[in-house]
Design a protein around this ligand. Structure first.
Ligand code: NVA
Length: 357
């Protein structure tokens, strides 16, 4: 049997992305090889990960090999699917995460925030992720940054010892987060682009200094606004909001209200639709052959990738959602992704838009 491997994207590549729905021209698709359970302070795992799997989050604990193999196959397939749609695809380097003490290369969305022509590397809160971008995407960032029109902002090293976990932070919304505000911390996946407004959330991995840091580095004219999200386990906004096209967004009704969204001028005149099917994570696992969701909720169904021109990539088993999207005039491309789901995310998490035009 011949395995077809996606060709690496062509350089020089420019970078420009102002929203989540304009036609996708160039993208990074993650790599699952050698992924290991992340190892973090117990209170962070308790705050963000499903209780039934807490004990798996220990040092040097690779994800089950059949899941990693399956996930790598699914990511390769996703890369080919995007190439068949005319998208230029880049892949991270292969890293031995067991040896580096890291987590994965499969979730690049967490590590890179693209705003306009600027790529901002996350100031990760999780210690096991601090070298993730350097190890898996460092070469790619150097090549992209060689284009004078592209600005790459690499993250500073966190202080040693890191102070982030020395006492938790209480925000004005009265959530207690697993980190304090002693240094900038953010995961890029806590932010989404809506033109010149970037909508973000404070979370167990993103603090106010992180938000200020991003505001400092985005090109002029872009402004970050924080959404009021009701989720004490918050970590990544991309299972809470799903813009399908200019003027139409699906939102997670357990985490945000239409009223809180309407406070943001970016959504003026938008149709805001509450995601209509709420399921337990167990029901989702059963429907997808029993592959465990080690790290995420059932809301991962919303973590899909819009290709522009009303086209979207959705997990092949999400039948109800596919039908619903088609009823909304979307063309749905279905792809298998259940093993990628097991290691922490879906199509949105597993990609980074470099060019949307
Ligand atoms: N942590 C969130 C977002 C995942 C993309 C969840 O599990 O719903």
């Amino acid at each position: 049997m011949t395995t077809i491997v996606a060709k690496h994207g062509n350089f020089p590549s420019n970078v420009t992305a102002n929203n989540e729905w304009a036609p996708l021209r160039s993208v990074i698709i993650g790599r699952a090889d050698n992924s290991c359970f992340p190892y973090e302070a117990p209170h962070m795992i308790e705050a963000t990960m499903p209780p039934r799997f807490h004990e798996a989050f220990k040092p040097a604990n690779p994800f089950p090999p059949e899941i990693v193999r399956g996930a790598e196959e699914e990511l390769g397939n996703f890369a080919l699917l995007l190439q068949s749609q005319g998208v230029n695809v880049f892949r991270p380097a292969k890293v031995d995460w067991l040896q580096t003490g890291g987590y994965t290369g499969a979730m690049p969305r967490d590590g890179l925030l693209v705003v306009g022509n600027t790529i901002i590397e996350s100031c990760f809160a999780w210690k096991c992720r601090v070298d993730e971008v350097a190890n898996s995407l460092g070469n790619l960032l150097s090549k992209l940054g060689a284009n004078p029109s592209v600005k790459v902002v690499r993250a500073p090293r966190p202080p040693s010892p890191d102070t982030l976990y020395n006492g938790i932070l209480e925000d004005p919304g009265s959530h207690e987060w697993a980190i304090n505000n002693s240094r900038p911390a953010f995961d890029a996946a806590d932010f989404m682009r809506f033109g010149s407004t970037i909508i973000g959330q404070l979370s167990n991995v993103t603090n106010m200094k992180g938000v200020e840091y991003i505001q400092l580095h985005v090109p002029s004219g872009y402004k970050i606004e924080l959404l009021d999200v009701n989720d004490p386990h918050a970590m990544h906004i991309d299972a809470t909001l799903l813009p399908l096209r200019q003027g139409l967004m699906v939102y997670n009704p357990l985490r945000v209200t239409e009223e809180s969204l309407r406070r943001h001028a970016a959504f003026k005149d938008w149709e805001l639709v509450s995601y209509p099917f709420v399921k337990s994570v167990q029901a989702v696992e059963e429907a997808t052959g029993g592959v465990p969701r080690f790290m995420t909720s059932a809301w991962l169904v919303m973590n899909v990738l819009v290709l522009g021109h009303d086209k979207i990539v959705v997990e092949e088993q999400d039948h109800e959602f596919v039908k619903w999207l088609e009823g909304r005039g979307m063309e749905v491309l279905k792809a298998p992704f259940r093993n990628v789901h097991a290691i922490g995310g879906s199509f949105h998490c597993a990609s980074v838009d470099l060019v949307r035009s």
